[in-house]
Design a protein around this ligand. Structure first.
Ligand code: 1OR
Ligand code: 1OR
Length: 373
């Protein structure tokens, strides 16, 4: 090492911070082109800083996070944001982070039962085979937390992924509160999935209990399946206008929750009057929406690729308002169950409720036409 300290290049803290924030933003957004993204990112940064002032990272909105509390409705995404929600350039198949070892943490029956209960609603685990699920359960270990404990710090390397058994956890980006977990959910998956620094800080608000899984096990068992699924639904989720109101992060969670279903020509997908169990997005093909009228069914609408149905009963908590049939060949749908719908799309219900007004208006028009006949 040189003893001549005057020749050492000083890296300003501001430069480090700006580059770190840029990298996090880039990795969360996963845009197709780094240069285009950098131009857009730094232009936005420049336009937002106070005139004549220097960049104040701690108060800037680096990740397009709205300053409002996360409990409020999230911002609608600016149109300049990239279409791609998912990691296009990053190929997990080529990324071999696998040292072959799977940790096993022995558990009592009581612990295992609690763990099974905690992971029941983890969307990321949905596409796992039974054997993989058992490996996941073996590999998870308990971590007790106290109020104020930092579980994850923004910018750190990713070590573990966490599933919440109990406790309240607050999420911060650049010291701004952006999300809260209340006794359920998971966090810490982003850094491990995308091989990037932690995108946010997670701090325990109360005492609680977490189930953790180390990075190697997470990547070995979950990486490829989670990636395939997110990639598979990318185009579909980008093509649904209503979902533009979701943040990238939420759209990724939505992809984890979807289940593919196929219906043959003529097959009934939804029956009017039934209780609802979820909603559908159309991946391929068309469906016919029909309503009972006297003793017959009347077609009231046809829907195609990128459109959705079955949301009405979920929003109104009423039985299905119409029947829906597959038409014109095989129809491929992505199904979102009620529980996941409420968790992910809860705040979109205002958007969805606007449809009800349209449906009701059409219903009134139709009834009026019928009585005039
Ligand atoms: P991680 O490994 O990056 C921090 O470590 C964790 O905070 C992250 O994984 C997520 O599990 C969790 N954006 C990014 N990370 C979030 C967000 C989030 N919410 C929770 N985490 N949001 C989007 C902000 C632009 C909030 C969405 C409501
Ligand atoms: P659901 O959960 O009630 C049937 O199950 C679905 O058909 C419904 O959600 C909507 O997603 C979809 N009126 C009611 N439901 C409709 C309509 C509709 N169109 C599609 N669905 N109208 C047609 C509006 C173009 C009004 C008819 C008078």
């Amino acid at each position: 090492m040189s003893s001549d300290s005057s020749r050492k290049i000083q890296v300003p803290d501001e430069l480090k911070e700006v580059l770190l924030q840029f990298s996090i933003s880039f990795l969360v957004e996963q845009p197709p082109d780094v240069i285009d993204y950098a131009v857009e990112y730094f232009t936005k940064l420049q336009s937002e800083r106070p005139s004549g002032g220097h960049t104040d990272i701690s108060t800037d909105d680096q990740l397009s996070v709205n300053s409002q509390d996360a409990d409020a409705e999230p911002p609608v995404m600016a149109s300049s944001r990239r279409k791609s929600v998912f990691a296009e350039a990053y190929d997990p198949e080529a990324d071999d982070d696998d040292d072959g070892a799977t940790a096993v943490f022995p558990k009592t029956d009581e612990q295992r039962a609690r763990l099974v209960e905690s992971v029941k609603n983890v969307l990321l685990f949905r596409s796992l085979e039974k054997e993989q699920m058992n490996q996941v359960l073996d590999a998870m270990f308990e971590r007790k937390v106290q109020p104020g404990d930092y579980i994850i710090r923004q910018g750190d390397d990713g070590d573990n992924f966490y599933v919440i058994e109990s406790g309240v956890y607050k999420v911060y980006i650049n010291d701004k509160h952006i999300n809260t977990y209340n006794h359920t959910g998971l966090f810490g998956e982003l850094a491990l999935l995308y091989n990037m620094p932690r995108a946010a800080t997670v701090q325990a608000e109360t005492s609680g209990l977490l189930w953790a899984m180390d990075r190697q096990t997470f990547r070995r068992i979950l990486l490829k399946s989670a990636f395939r699924k997110r990639k598979m639904y990318e185009e579909l989720l980008n093509s649904v206008p209503m979902l533009k109101a979701l943040q990238n992060y939420e759209r990724m969670n939505l992809a984890d929750a979807l289940v593919s279903k196929s219906y043959d020509n003529g097959e009934r997908i939804i029956k009017q009057g039934d209780a609802a169990d979820g909603m559908y997005f159309i991946e391929e093909g068309t469906v016919s929406v029909r309503m009972d009228q006297d003793d017959a069914e009347v077609e009231i609408s046809q829907l195609g690729k990128g459109q959705y149905f079955g949301e009405l009963a979920l929003v109104t908590h009423r039985p299905r308002a119409a029947s829906v049939y597959a038409t014109g060949g095989v129809v491929k749908l992505a199904f979102l169950d009620t529980e996941a719908f409420e968790r992910i799309m809860g705040f979109l219900t205002d958007v969805l409720k606007r449809n009800i007004v349209i449906y009701e208006q059409m219903f009134t028009d139709m009834a009026r036409r019928n009585t005039n006949l």
